[in-house]
Ligand binder design. Structure first.
Ligand code: KG4
Ligand code: ZN
Length: 503
């Protein structure tokens, strides 16, 4: 067991290094400029900053901010409500370790991505059919220094030149979150950097403002967040100001994709969604009459457990496996049946998304008629059927639809760094970790270190029309106070939140 784990970890790190430097896709300049060699200073400087984004509307469909080609439609100006000037002189490092990707990025305050790196743990968790927390933590620990160094190197900068370090504090696996937070704390102490605690789901939503521009994705907007761990519809009124219109009663859609993919004998390393989506292309989506979930409940909640069970029963009946064991597949046997099940599962899964999104548009408009757009984010937003279906709904509602490009739909460091910029502008940062305290931490039992981890952290309050008793582990798990923005009475576990002091 030990040697297997070691071998897996080694593979993971090799993958990270290869991804970071040889592929050259990380850290590319959004604006084609040369990397900054020297960052002027840590104080934000007002006015007169060069606009380096490429502004182009030329090829964008009229009502859709298609940023999948990396075309920028707007600027990253963070002027609205800003308390701290965050601009092209501001450099924020973002660190993400909430689940099974170790990711980091350096983003400039005007929304230019300078460098990013990611170490995927797909090869580690694939054989286990899901994320194994202990292995994930070990892999994060192995990769974190190299990933942060690679992001800085791609950005052509150094830790000394940073303005702040942003890190995902929750929600997520606590032992994984801790790795990123410890790295951020160490860097904060060593380089006197303010720390910006970041909410993972908020980061998925806010990255749309970086991609499409802050004047295209203005508050309020409606966001559909669909990932492996989260499935929710929210009204976003401002940074840290969200109302949950609906969330899942059981599985998230990504989780249902992963479990069904495994039952179909597909590779699930890095998530089964892409493999199931690919197989579904060969199938007939009408072949299996699976139910569309929750039709009787006229709200915006989701449920995917029943659909997953229906797919499992079809697999048991028509492919085999009978006692619920995962099915071994040589890639040929009953391929058409598997493809039909995959396509039928996907059709109903996406139909459920479609129905809930339509209702959420109506609900959101009752409170906030001035919605600027719909943002769809999280890993499942990379799915082509999801994309094409939701485009039609947005068109019918006469709302622009914004999808981050697929690589920023799944977990990444850019979304964390950008959330860091947004929160920094509102003064929602903690001051640098005291170097003496950090030295003591080095010799203390890691469990005694206050890490500000919030593994269960709601993004906001539930809307009055939503189901209230549906958080599956609410009874057993400690749930943190909801996220708050600059005008909330508390934020980030209530204490020590103050302006970053870099005005
Ligand atoms: O946002 P993400 O990277 O991590 C979480 O925060 O959960 O999302 C990962 C999830 C996985 O369940 C994966 O199977 C799913 O997103 N996913 C997809 C696709 N790409 C990723 N699901 C369906 N189709 C895809 N193309
Ligand atoms: Zn995520």
């Amino acid at each position: 067991m030990y040697s297997t784990t070691r071998a897996m970890l080694t593979r993971c790190v090799v993958h990270a290094r290869r991804g970071v430097s040889a592929y050259g896709r990380f850290g590319r300049r959004r604006d084609g400029s040369k990397p900054l060699q020297q960052h002027a200073n840590k104080s934000a400087v007002g006015g007169g900053t060069a606009r380096t984004r490429t502004l182009s509307h030329a090829h964008a469909p009229k009502n859709t901010a298609d940023v999948s080609s990396g075309v920028f439609l707007g600027s990253g100006a963070l002027n609205a409500g800003a308390r701290v000037e965050v601009n092209a002189q501001t450099l924020v490092l973002g660190i993400e370790t909430s689940c099974d990707d170790t990711a980091a990025a350096v983003v400039r305050g005007d929304g230019v991505v300078l460098g990013e790196a990611i170490a995927s743990q797909a090869a580690i968790h694939g054989p286990w059919g899901g994320v194994v927390p202990n292995l994930a933590r070990a892999a994060h620990e192995e990769a974190i220094d190299a990933v942060v160094a690679a992001a800085l190197a791609e950005a052509g900068t150094t830790a000394e030149a940073l303005s702040a370090v942003a890190v995902t504090c929750g929600p997520g696996l606590s032992m994984c979150l801790r790795v990123g937070v410890r790295k951020a704390q160490k860097m904060s102490a060593q380089y006197s950097l303010p720390i910006v605690p970041v909410h993972h789901v908020e980061a998925h939503a806010l990255v749309a403002r970086l991609c499409a521009g802050t004047e295209a994705v203005t508050f309020p907007f409606l966001a559909l967040l669909v990932s492996g761990g989260h499935n929710m519809l929210i009204t976003a009124r401002g940074v840290g100001d969200y109302t949950i219109l609906g969330s899942t009663l059981d599985d998230a859609l990504g989780e249902a994709y992963d479990k069904t993919a495994r039952l179909l004998g597909l590779p699930v390393g890095g998530g089964g969604g892409p493999a199931l989506e690919k197989l579904a292309l060969e199938g007939d989506p009408t072949k299996y009459k699976f139910p569309v979930p929750l039709r009787q409940r006229k709200n915006c909640d989701f449920s995917y457990a029943g659909l997953k069970t229906a797919a499992r029963m079809a697999i048991d009946a028509d492919i085999g496996g009978g006692d619920g064991d995962d099915v071994e597949w040589d890639g040929v046997d009953k391929r058409q049946t598997r493809a039909d099940i995959a396509a039928s599962f996907q059709a109903k899964a996406v139909k459920h998304l479609e129905e809930r999104l339509k209702r959420a548009i109506v609900w959101a408009r009752e409170d906030t008629p001035d919605l600027s757009c719909i943002v769809v984010a999280g890993g499942v937003a990379a799915n082509a059927t999801v994309r094409s279906t939701l485009v039609k709904i947005a068109e019918d509602a006469n709302l622009p639809l914004v999808f981050p490009p697929p690589k920023w739909c799944t977990d990444n460091g850019v979304m964390v760094a950008w959330s860091g910029c947004e929160r920094l502008a509102l003064g929602l940062a903690e001051s640098a970790v005291d170097a003496d305290l950090e030295r003591k931490h080095e010799t203390m039992d890691p469990r005694d270190i206050h890490c500000n981890l919030l593994p269960r952290w709601p993004i906001g309050e539930k809307d009055g029309r939503a189901t209230r008793d549906n958080i599956k582990s609410a009874k057993t798990a400690r749930i943190a106070d909801p996220l708050r923005g600059a005008d909330g009475d508390r934020d980030i576990s209530s204490s020590s939140v103050r302006a970053a002091g870099i005005e």
